[in-house]
Design a protein around this ligand. Structure first.
Ligand code: HEC
Length: 422
């Protein structure tokens, strides 16, 4: 019976037997020429961002464009500045491998660098394959656009929250939720928050009190309760795919959705993004649960480097609900870290009773602009009695004390895990 209900749930979730948002493999077997293996490699690893209408500052689609930028490309690839993907993934680190469309392997880097060092040979002309964005769950089942386009002020970074009210009449079974950006050249990331019905009036008021669609917001929505449910970043269109088709949750009737848009624009531009939802089965045998760790009561003294650390002992999985700084035993399938602009580095590790450590997530050079929810290629088990330790490293170079808060001038230190019970 259990096997049967699992099959049905998998079917309804779209027949995803091994969903993955990992980059599609690029073959390095062909000749080391542009029209051999290099064009498809650069297409898949670079041109998804570096083409007109996307966030990359110049196109890297054609032989001429890549050749003209060869020296820049070489140094960006060698230093691992590009493609932008901050988590530590070296084998020595012991950190779990992350399943993400923006990753480039060391073999691919070496191959591209060798081609540049050989003088960028062109090879024999042929039609090259179009780069394919990862779409592990296929097309979304529902899409809700922003009520109106937002016009950016063209002042660089802007953070705008927009309320969407889907008005669904029955609870929606959610396998995954993400954003389909409207103007991909200016959306630097989008965070999705689910808004309980009793918080909607507070959000509507923020919206009414601000001019234009939505309202300014930075570290959160600005209401008492809002649940982070997804993040979209350029270069990886795949939503956070659950570990199995049987895993999902419900969006209750009467709830709303806020998308928090981080825009970067140097002139006025319009964006009308949509929330995308992938429905799962009518009944989910497994509802994932989350652990949120951090400190909401810290301050960073002026002109000093400070590390904020929390340690949480994992308890037996007798209740799937964990409050802030509580953790249950289970299998971690996704991790996220959050700080603002003064963050330097962050680490989340599991400390075993014998003192040994297992890395869950390590970001050696924190970059607010490239944060993401990271899906682990293989879940990591955490057991009762182990400790989850989170460290946020900050550098406050200002003359002011910085405190915890939602504004750009404040700081945050959070890490989250998404998990299933077995
Ligand atoms: C996820 C989107 C994305 C991908 C994938 C990506 N880039 Fe970029 N790239 C950017 C953005 C955005 C910038 C502008 C600088 C920034 O925001 O960090 C940039 C900047 C650059 C620069 C300028 C660096 C400098 O010194 O100013 C080079 C060169 C570059 N990219 C090359 C590449 C190459 C080569 C690849 C593939 C191996 C690649 N990029 C993949 C988004 C991307």
């Amino acid at each position: 019976m259990r096997a049967l209900s699992f099959c049905i749930a998998v079917l309804l979730a779209g027949c995803v037997s091994n969903p993955s948002s990992a980059p599609p493999p690029v073959s390095l077997e062909g000749q080391r020429t542009w029209y051999g293996a290099i064009g498809p490699l650069v297409g898949q690893r670079c041109a998804l961002c570096h083409r007109p209408g996307e966030i990359g500052p110049f196109p890297l689609e054609t032989y001429e464009q890549v050749k003209a930028n060869a020296a820049l490309v070489r140094s960006a690839v060698e230093s691992k500045y590009m493609p932008p993907f901050p988590p530590e993934q070296s084998e020595e680190s012991g950190c779990p491998q992350i399943d993400d469309g923006r990753k480039m392997s060391d073999a691919e880097r070496a191959f591209l660098i060798a081609w540049i060092d050989e003088g960028t040979p062109e090879g024999e002309k042929r039609e090259l394959p179009r780069p394919q964005p990862a779409a592990p769950l296929g097309a979304p089942s529902d899409q809700w656009p922003m009520p109106e386009a937002y016009t950016t002020k063209g002042i660089g970074d802007e953070y705008r929250c927009v309320l969407l009210e889907p008005k669904h009449v029955a609870a929606l079974p959610v396998a995954a939720i993400s954003v389909v950006p409207g103007n991909r050249a200016i959306v630097h990331h989008s965070a999705i928050y689910l808004i309980p019905s009793d918080q909607l009036d507070a959000v509507r008021k923020l919206d009414r009190d601000a001019e234009g669609v939505g309202f300014d917001c930075f570290g959160g929505v600005g209401v008492e309760r809002a649940y982070p449910a997804g993040l979209w970043v350029p270069g990886n269109d795949a939503p956070l795919v659950p570990p199995r088709g049987s895993v999902g949750y419900y969006l209750p009737v009467g709830w709303g959705i806020v998308i928090q848009q981080h825009y970067f624009s140097t002139n006025e531009q319009q964006d009308k993004s949509s929330v995308a939802l992938w429905r799962g089965g009518f009944v989910f045998p497994e509802v994932p649960y989350a652990g949120v760790f951090g400190d909401m009561n810290f301050s960073l003294p002026p002109r000093a480097k400070t590390t904020i650390e929390t340690s949480t002992v994992v308890r037996p999985a007798d209740s799937p609900y964990a409050l802030f700084n509580e953790a249950n035993a289970g299998n971690v399938y996704a991790v996220w870290a959050h700080m603002h602009l003064r963050g330097q580095a962050m680490e989340m590790d599991v400390i075993k009773p014998d003192g040994s450590e297992q890395c869950l997530l390590r970001i050696p050079r924190w970059d607010f602009h490239w944060q993401s929810i990271y899906r682990l290629a293989k879940p990591v088990k955490v057991n009762a009695g182990e400790t989850i330790r989170v460290r946020c490293h900050f550098d406050n170079v200002s003359n002011e004390t910085i405190v915890f808060g939602e504004n750009t001038s404040d700081e945050m230190c959070f890490a989250t895990i998404s998990m299933t019970g077995n």
